[in-house]
Design a protein around this ligand. Structure first.
Ligand code: G3I
Length: 324
């Protein structure tokens, strides 16, 4: 490829991808395309609690260490995803019996062991992921049930104690859910008011070619207005929003897809001040790696690179949005 015309070369902020250490170790092209285009990686799954502490007190560092070492050699930064998330709860935690003090200790130990191990190496973290339901109420996760809603604030405090230099994010999926958006903004403002150490908001951006530009704009603007860092943390754009089983990619769909990538980049650059631009991260590298391929049972092509990591029209659309 042309090194003057890569994602990281044209962008004025970090460009990341969520990465799978097995693919990185086994596929030379995956590695080369990642190094050519990106200067940040997010840990897609390997730092989640169910992977990194699958049994009580038994921490498995291998995969996250591999990503940290790769990033160091490749001059990239690592964004840690994610310390506390209701989906990534290992069985031993689901089945844990204890009073609220014991739950607090379990949560604190997890956060501080993981953040502490990567102190100075993983310089930013999604501390809490997706704490709210669509209706704006707190999810009834094990953390909420045993510790109440203020567990979120304490997660940030524990992470900050373990690495005072790390940038700490609340990460959420909102698009088109106004009650959830309001709850997230209220949380962010409350944490700031109380001087809880939060640095940024992760805006996931799992969207589709049909997601209205106005809704993307208003969501990002509201986050930018908090003054926090804004990370588009999990960008992918579905081409097959209706999950059609007979989906066929057409030139018109490819153009719409490229245009939406361009629009997202332009909105980010126009609405988020340069001091708040933490970066944009794609959720996976090539279409074959997308979580949508396994999560949904239909075809989709949500990313910038095809199955063998060739640049798609969407790649050039995103480049335009990052540079024009
Ligand atoms: O690796 C195992 C494999 O050994 C096993 O045979 C197979 C059978 O189910 O499962 C494989 O693990 C799966 C893993 O992805 C790797 O493919 C898990 O079941 C599956 O749950 C896991 O899905 C991940 C999902 O989060 C849940 O943790 C996706 O890869 C990951 O992209 C997705 O990412 C989330 C973010 O963390 C938060 N925001 C939404 C985003 C998309 O759902």
């Amino acid at each position: 490829g042309d090194s003057n015309n890569t994602l990281k070369a044209v962008a004025s902020f970090p460009i990341g991808a969520s990465i799978n250490p097995q693919l990185l170790a086994s596929n030379a092209r995956y590695k080369a395309v990642l190094q050519e285009n990106y200067n940040s990686i997010s840990t897609e799954n390997c730092a989640k609690m169910n992977r990194i502490q699958p049994k009580a007190g038994q921490f498995i560092w291998t995969d996250t260490d591999a990503l940290v070492n790769f990033a160091k050699q490749s001059n990239m930064k690592v964004h840690g995803h994610t310390l506390i998330w209701h989906v990534a709860v290992p069985d031993w935690v689901t089945n844990f019996q204890g009073d609220s003090l014991a739950w607090e200790k379990l949560m604190k130990t997890h956060i501080q062991t993981v953040v502490g191990r990567y102190k100075g190496k993983i310089k930013s973290w999604d501390v809490v992921n997706e704490a709210f339901e669509d209706d704006g109420t707190y999810r009834k996760s094990v953390w909420y049930q045993h510790l109440g809603s203020d567990y979120v604030a304490r997660c940030f405090q524990y992470a900050h104690e373990a690495d005072p230099e790390a940038l700490l994010f609340y990460n959420e999926f909102v698009n088109g859910r106004p009650k959830k958006q309001a709850a997230v903004l209220a949380l962010l403002n409350d944490l700031k008011k109380r001087n809880i150490p939060i640095n940024g908001i992760g805006v996931q951006m799992h969207i589709t070619i049909n997601t209205p530009e106005a809704s993307i704009l208003s969501e990002i603007r509201q986050y930018a207005n908090t003054g926090l860092l804004v990370h588009l943390s999990e960008l992918d754009i579905r081409m097959n929003p209706t999950l059609s089983k007979t989906f066929v990619v057409t030139d018109a769909l490819k153009s719409a897809h490229a245009l939406k990538y361009k629009t997202v980049a332009q909105i980010y650059r126009s609405v988020v001040t340069s001091g708040q631009q933490f970066g944009i991260t794609n959720w996976n590298l090539g279409d074959a790696d997308s979580y949508l391929r396994t999560a949904n049972t239909c075809e989709d092509h949500p990313l910038l690179f095809d199955e063998t990591y060739n640049r798609k029209l969407s790649y050039y659309g995103f480049i335009q949005g990052l540079s024009e």
